[in-house]
Design a protein around this ligand. Structure first.
Ligand code: NAD
Length: 496
């Protein structure tokens, strides 16, 4: 099989950054120019949505909801359309993967093998769920019947970040569409292109016009009007904890719309000396923090290693770093690509400087890389001697920076692991079942991994405790975010 020349494909790619409202590409009042973090090349002009554009999209979504063109279709018909949508994503895998890589800098090998298939599987999975979820009949006295049903909430506003643009879009729109809602999505201004293309492909697959609208733009200009909109019934947000808090305020300030937030993390990864497979633990610790350039909400960015094995663990970890050196994301062998933009690059470099200033020991990396390309690259970076109260252990860096902390006592490491405003994920490595389960129970996190870090499936909920957000994406649990529970009482007079 001949290897794909992604650079040539990129040059030939059709790019369209215009908003998608009511089933058609449309200009907004303003636009901005989007460049690629791969090498700084200009990609295309992108709609810069304002309140007036959000109004237009919400009106289209409202009209589609009220006239029932989607929600009143039979569950089987909706299922078939969403299945066709998922199939379209897979049929356009190369194009979508390339858009994702050019837009936000992740390696093409992963946008092809992870992002596009995961987004398609998510939509396929919720399509399958549509005609398999039943309502309830309450155990009332014989004189009445009480039906408990889930109805679509109405118009769902969605705001997503740039780190997994397609997957984050799919996690929101799939359960929202499956349950019969209309959607207005604002992608991140840093990665708008795949969501726009997804909306076109959904229309091609048979989703009626107006049901899935996409308005790119900046947070305060397009995101806030969506979160504040009086005709939006639910706002589903993924992004930073700082903005997530504002989303809940905006929901309360406006129409008390349902607000769901998937926010940041600073996940602890605890390796005990009796870890059953040290090499696997090292692979997971290193692979998971450098995957997606460290721009993952659930990255295990705080690594706690029991002191007796820390020297060996670090020796093994450092030996793996050469394979994580950043490279051109368009080359299939590259495993670490570009950070999303210059702002993110500066943020990561600032945290590295802070780590050094606070007295952590820089073991590897710490520098910008490949600056001559015009893109935004950072070396894989490892700090040892980190204390849990240092800035690099407390704040989400969202870059390829691993903070290593030593420990000797199980109760103390659990206390430190939980000493965070976040509670998204955590991991524990030990061959002792009592210790594994006891620590897993004590960790305040939405997901705890035992002796692995990379298991993931659409069938399990994803989300966090504490300031990592409110609600869960994925699994059947997510369906409730986009539905209202309705009870219908029917009086029954006995015919006998
Ligand atoms: P961000 O909060 O800056 O932006 C997220 C989205 O919100 C973007 O679309 C942005 O335009 C919009 N936005 C910004 N200001 C807004 C405002 N005032 N009103 C309305 N919308 C506004 O986050 P980011 O930098 O794009 O993404 C990184 C963050 O996302 C990290 O904190 C990461 O942990 C988090 N994240 C969480 C999950 C999860 O499932 N928990 C998944 C992925 C990313």
């Amino acid at each position: 099989m001949t290897a794909i020349d992604w650079t040539a494909k990129a040059a030939a790619l059709r790019l369209d950054g215009r908003a998608f409202i009511d089933g058609t590409r449309t200009d907004t009042v303003q636009s901005f120019s989007k460049s690629s973090p791969v090498d700084g090349r200009f990609l295309c002009d992108v709609s810069r949505g304002q309140a007036v554009d959000i109004d237009r999209a919400v009106a289209a979504a409202r009209q589609a909801f009220e006239d029932g063109r989607w929600r009143r279709k039979s569950p089987a018909a909706r299922k078939m359309i969403l299945q066709a949508f998922a199939a379209k994503l897979l049929a356009h895998k190369e194009e979508l993967a390339l858009l994702e890589t050019l837009d936000m800098g992740k390696p093409i090998r992963y946008s092809q093998s992870v992002d596009v298939p995961s987004a398609a599987r998510c939509i396929q999975w919720y399509a399958e769920a549509i005609d398999k979820v039943y309502g309830e009949i309450a155990p009332t006295p014989e004189s009445a019947l009480a039906l408990i049903e889930q109805e679509p909430v109405g118009v769902v506003g969605v705001i997503v970040p740039w780190n997994y643009p397609m997957i984050m879009t799919a996690w929101k729109i799939a359960p929202a569409l499956a349950t019969g809602n209309s959607v207005v999505l604002k992608p991140s201004e840093k990665s708008p292109l795949t969501a726009l293309r997804m909306a076109e492909l959904a229309l091609d697959a048979g989703l009626p016009a107006g049901v899935f609208n996409v308005v790119p733009g900046f947070g305060p200009e397009a995101g806030s009007p969506l979160a504040l909109h009086m005709d939006v019934d639910c706002i589903a947000f993924t992004g930073s904890t700082k903005v997530g808090k504002q989303i809940h305020v905006m929901a309360g300030q406006s129409n008390l719309k349902r607000a769901w937030t998937e926010l940041g993390g600073k996940s602890p990864n605890i390796v005990f000396a009796d870890c059953p497979d040290l090499d696997r633990a090292v692979d997971a610790a290193v692979g998971s923090i450098f995957f997606n350039q460290g721009e993952s909400c659930n990255a295990p960015s705080r690594l706690f290693v029991e002191e007796s094995i820390k020297p060996l663990f670090l020796e093994k970890a450092l030996a793996r770093l050469p394979s994580y050196q950043p490279g051109n994301p368009l080359l299939p062998q590259t495993v670490m690509g570009a950070l999303v933009d210059n702002t993110q690059l500066s943020t990561v470099l600032r945290y590295i400087a802070q780590g050094k200033a606070d007295g952590a020991a820089l073991l590897a990396g710490g520098e910008q890389a490949m600056a001559e390309t015009g893109g935004y690259y950072v070396q894989p970076t490892v700090f040892d001697g980190v204390r849990n109260d240092m800035t690099i252990a407390r704040e989400e860096i969202f870059g390829p920076v691993l903070a290593v902390l030593g420990f000797t006592d199980a109760a103390e490491v659990v206390r430190q692991a939980n000493q965070s405003i976040y509670g998204l994920q955590a991991a524990v490595w030990t061959r002792d079942i009592n210790k594994a389960h006891g620590v897993a129970r004590a960790l305040r996190a939405g997901t705890v991994h035992v002796n692995q870090y990379d298991e993931d499936d659409i069938t399990v909920p994803f989300g966090g405790f504490k300031q990592s957000g409110v609600g869960r994406d994925k699994s059947l649990h997510a369906l409730h975010k986009y539905t209202e529970t309705k009870t219908t009482w029917i009086r029954l007079d006995s015919p006998f």
